[in-house]
Design a protein around this ligand. Structure first.
Ligand code: AKB
Length: 319
């Protein structure tokens, strides 16, 4: 196999920080170039990191050529809640960034491209429970509209230009190693930080707002498994549904209380509740299981235990 040179765009985000570490294990630190528009977090600074803006097409093309990139993971995006505040910029970054990457893949014969989609591609008219792979898709957020359009672009570049691009519709991703920014599902990350530091959390969603969620360990594994799968196994060239668990804020708070009995939660739903209401409560991921063997490892109890085991040490180190 040709030596792989991996470019991660938007590596400083919540998913990128952990995915880069997963890629180090598979390809070696020296073969992964993490990039973002801002200076790196400590962990990414341990290996190769460079400033790169996906919207600057000439700079991106030169970078890919100079470094003889064979795989691109393009993660830079504006998420759902932030996207509603600045819709034009969300569209610009989420669409033009993807098209720059897909054009670069054609121009420099990049072997594989990964681009994340999201459950935000679904909308209020989509069946809410066990949402199928192929169904009604009328997203109501700019983020969801851009992810749905992005999926169609990926399928188009695969069909017409032969780009080996792969994608997953992530549910809410929950990690503790870095803080997320701008998502509707992000309450499920913040709550752990607040439970440990203040023993209290004010939630911006209703107690019964069910959403599909996934622990970051599973998200990284799903991404690497999908990218490792033989091309002939990939029957979906838009994006795969994947699922691990579904819960609502009240259930997450009860699980946390098992470990921190004096933890308290209050509810003050804001505009993000309408976004949550437009998304599925649970996802059917049969296609991903059949095609490339997807199988999640973490449920709510196991994830909560793992986070509350590791996060206190991380918080103590930062003091
Ligand atoms: C968000 O809440 O915007 C994201 C997502 C579900 O894609 N976490």
């Amino acid at each position: 196999m040709k030596k792989q040179k991996i470019l991660v765009i938007g590596a400083g985000g919540q998913l990128g920080t952990e995915l880069v570490q997963g890629l180090w294990k598979v390809y070696g630190q020296e073969n992964v170039i993490a990039t973002d528009i801002k200076d790196p977090q400590e962990v990414l600074a341990q290996a190769r990191f460079e400033i790169l803006d996906v919207l600057k097409q000439k700079q991106l093309f030169e970078f890919i050529k100079k470094n003889e990139i064979t795989q691109i993971y393009h993660l830079a995006a504006v998420l759902s809640a932030t996207g509603e505040k600045n819709p034009k910029f969300a569209w610009h970054l989420n669409m033009d960034g993807l098209i720059h990457v897909l054009d670069a893949a054609v121009e420099f014969k990049v072997e594989k491209v990964y681009w994340p989609s999201s459950i935000a591609v679904f909308g209020p008219t989509t069946p809410r429970h066990q949402t199928p792979q192929h169904t009604v898709m009328e997203p109501s957020t700019i983020y969801g509209i851009s992810k749905l359009a992005g999926e169609r672009w990926c399928a188009w570049y695969h069909r017409n230009k032969g780009v080996d691009v792969r994608s997953l519709r992530y549910p809410g991703l929950i990690g503790y190693k870095s803080k997320p920014g701008g998502g509707t599902t992000d309450y499920a990350v913040d709550i752990f930080f607040k439970a440990l530091t203040e023993k209290r959390y004010e939630c911006f969603l209703r107690p019964d707002a069910y959403l599909p969620m996934m622990y970051m360990e599973d998200a990284v594994k799903a991404t690497l498994d999908l990218m490792e799968a033989p091309a002939e196994k990939i029957t979906v060239r838009a994006a795969y549904n994947i699922s691990a668990m579904s819960f609502c804020p009240q259930e997450l708070a009860s699980e946390i209380k098992k470990h921190i009995p004096d933890f308290e939660i209050a509810y003050n739903p804001d505009y993000r509740q309408a976004i949550a209401d437009s998304w599925p409560a649970s996802i059917n991921d049969t296609q991903a299981r059949q095609d490339w063997g997807w199988q999640p490892q973490y449920n709510l109890a196991r994830m909560t235990e793992d986070i509350l085991h590791h996060l206190p040490r991380l918080l103590a180190e930062k003091v």
